[in-house]
Design a protein around this ligand. Structure first.
Ligand code: VGL
Ligand code: ZN
Length: 198
């Protein structure tokens, strides 16, 4: 049994959003092509409380893109984004979700970031996604969305380590690319970990 995981296709990650990914909006039509092929579709949603500590605005003298130590973990600071209840946190409305869509929210703890749809960045708390998939008898996951070099990558690495046969839909992903080529490096890292790029 297989499932499709759509990562963070939210207004703040497409052009015009607070943490806009170049061509991020292009993944919407790809998602719409793939969803009908799956009985089980999951969407992850970056869902931060106001004042989340991944926001540069919470760190005096720091700017988006700066690296800090957050409770012992390296943390890249981001512009305020995907604040719970804001427009930027909503899924892009052109997504044609099935009625049985399951949403898993992440990044809700203000003290720790969560790029993966499975686990927070310290692997301390999980969202329930792994257990949910296993209870359904899912053995294979197909992953796409935003952003290639952060939330897609970490979702894919966790999917592999949770034991799922993992496929990455390349043309359904776009990267932040804080450094040029980060998205390509992320694809290579996912492949080295055992994911199949399609
Ligand atoms: C993401 C940075 C911060 C992502 C989320 O969805 O890739 N990146 N929060
Ligand atoms: Zn975030």
């Amino acid at each position: 049994m297989k499932a499709l995981i759509l990562v963070d296709i939210q207004y703040d990650f497409i052009p015009g959003g607070a943490l806009a990914v170049t061509d991020g909006d292009k993944v919407v039509s790809v998602a719409n092509e793939w969803m009908p092929k799956f009985e089980h579709v999951i969407a992850t949603q970056d869902w931060h409380p106001a004042g989340h500590q991944s926001f540069a605005s919470e760190h005096a003298g720091k700017n988006p893109g700066d690296l800090v130590d957050l409770h012992g973990l390296p943390q890249i600071l981001w512009p305020d984004h995907c604040v719970q209840g804001s427009h930027g946190a909503e899924f892009v409305e052109e997504l044609e979700f099935p009625p049985n869509l399951e949403v898993f929210q992440k990044g809700t703890n203000p003290e720790i970031d969560s790029y993966s749809g499975f686990w927070d960045n310290g692997r301390r708390a999980n969202t329930g996604l792994g257990d949910y998939l296993k209870k359904l008898g899912i053995t294979q996951v197909w992953v796409m969305g935003l952003a290639t070099d952060y939330c897609v990558k970490f979702t894919v690495l966790d999917a592999v380590s949770e034991g799922f046969e993992t496929f990455v839909i390349r043309d359904g992903c776009r990267g932040v690319n804080l450094s040029a080529g980060d998205d390509q490096k992320a694809f290579e890292e996912m492949e080295r970990a055992g994911a199949t790029l399609v």
